[in-house]
Design a binder for this molecule. Sequence first.
Ligand SMILES: [Zn+2]
Length: 85
Amino acid sequence: MSRSLSLELKARFRPRGGQRGDLVDQANADAEAELQIHLHQTDARLLRAIEEALARIRYGTFGTCEACRHPISRARLEAVPWTRL
Ligand SMILES: [Zn+2]
Protein backbone atom coordinates (compact mmCIF):
# COMPACT_ATOMS: atom_id res chain seq x y z
CA MET A 1 0.00 0.00 0.00
CA SER A 2 1.37 3.42 -0.90
CA ARG A 3 2.43 5.68 1.94
CA SER A 4 -0.04 8.42 1.02
CA LEU A 5 -2.96 6.00 0.83
CA SER A 6 -1.92 4.51 4.14
CA LEU A 7 -1.94 7.97 5.72
CA GLU A 8 -5.35 8.66 4.19
CA LEU A 9 -6.79 5.46 5.58
CA LYS A 10 -5.34 6.20 9.02
CA ALA A 11 -6.92 9.66 8.91
CA ARG A 12 -10.19 8.16 7.70
CA PHE A 13 -10.44 5.71 10.56
CA ARG A 14 -9.04 7.87 13.34
CA PRO A 15 -11.31 7.64 16.37
CA ARG A 16 -13.52 10.66 17.01
CA GLY A 17 -14.21 12.46 20.27
CA GLY A 18 -12.42 14.62 22.81
CA GLN A 19 -12.32 18.39 23.39
CA ARG A 20 -11.37 19.17 19.83
CA GLY A 21 -14.26 17.24 18.30
CA ASP A 22 -15.11 19.90 15.72
CA LEU A 23 -11.51 20.08 14.54
CA VAL A 24 -11.28 16.30 14.40
CA ASP A 25 -14.55 16.10 12.49
CA GLN A 26 -13.29 18.72 10.07
CA ALA A 27 -10.02 16.81 9.66
CA ASN A 28 -11.96 13.60 9.07
CA ALA A 29 -14.18 15.31 6.51
CA ASP A 30 -11.10 16.66 4.72
CA ALA A 31 -9.45 13.24 4.78
CA GLU A 32 -12.66 11.64 3.53
CA ALA A 33 -12.83 14.08 0.63
CA GLU A 34 -9.19 13.47 -0.28
CA LEU A 35 -9.69 9.69 -0.07
CA GLN A 36 -12.72 9.86 -2.36
CA ILE A 37 -10.76 11.93 -4.89
CA HIS A 38 -7.91 9.43 -4.72
CA LEU A 39 -10.24 6.46 -5.21
CA HIS A 40 -11.98 8.11 -8.15
CA GLN A 41 -8.63 8.79 -9.82
CA THR A 42 -7.68 5.16 -9.27
CA ASP A 43 -11.04 4.05 -10.69
CA ALA A 44 -10.49 6.19 -13.79
CA ARG A 45 -7.02 4.74 -14.38
CA LEU A 46 -8.25 1.19 -13.87
CA LEU A 47 -11.23 1.75 -16.16
CA ARG A 48 -8.94 3.06 -18.89
CA ALA A 49 -6.60 0.07 -18.47
CA ILE A 50 -9.54 -2.34 -18.75
CA GLU A 51 -10.91 -0.57 -21.83
CA GLU A 52 -7.47 -0.81 -23.43
CA ALA A 53 -7.33 -4.52 -22.60
CA LEU A 54 -10.73 -4.99 -24.27
CA ALA A 55 -9.39 -3.17 -27.33
CA ARG A 56 -6.40 -5.55 -27.39
CA ILE A 57 -8.84 -8.49 -27.39
CA ARG A 58 -10.59 -6.94 -30.40
CA TYR A 59 -7.27 -6.42 -32.19
CA GLY A 60 -6.02 -9.88 -31.29
CA THR A 61 -3.02 -8.67 -29.32
CA PHE A 62 -4.33 -9.46 -25.83
CA GLY A 63 -1.90 -11.53 -23.76
CA THR A 64 1.18 -10.37 -25.67
CA CYS A 65 3.80 -8.40 -23.75
CA GLU A 66 4.04 -4.89 -25.21
CA ALA A 67 7.74 -4.67 -24.35
CA CYS A 68 9.14 -7.98 -25.63
CA ARG A 69 6.21 -9.41 -27.67
CA HIS A 70 6.35 -12.70 -25.79
CA PRO A 71 3.16 -14.27 -24.42
CA ILE A 72 2.15 -13.16 -20.92
CA SER A 73 1.67 -16.10 -18.55
CA ARG A 74 -1.87 -17.34 -18.01
CA ALA A 75 -1.46 -17.02 -14.21
CA ARG A 76 -0.45 -13.36 -14.60
CA LEU A 77 -3.35 -12.61 -16.93
CA GLU A 78 -5.75 -14.26 -14.53
CA ALA A 79 -4.40 -12.15 -11.66
CA VAL A 80 -4.17 -8.86 -13.62
CA PRO A 81 -6.18 -9.20 -16.85
CA TRP A 82 -5.44 -5.63 -17.94
CA THR A 83 -1.68 -6.01 -17.67
CA ARG A 84 0.41 -4.84 -20.62
CA LEU A 85 3.63 -6.62 -19.62
ZN1 LIG B 1 7.88 -8.86 -21.89
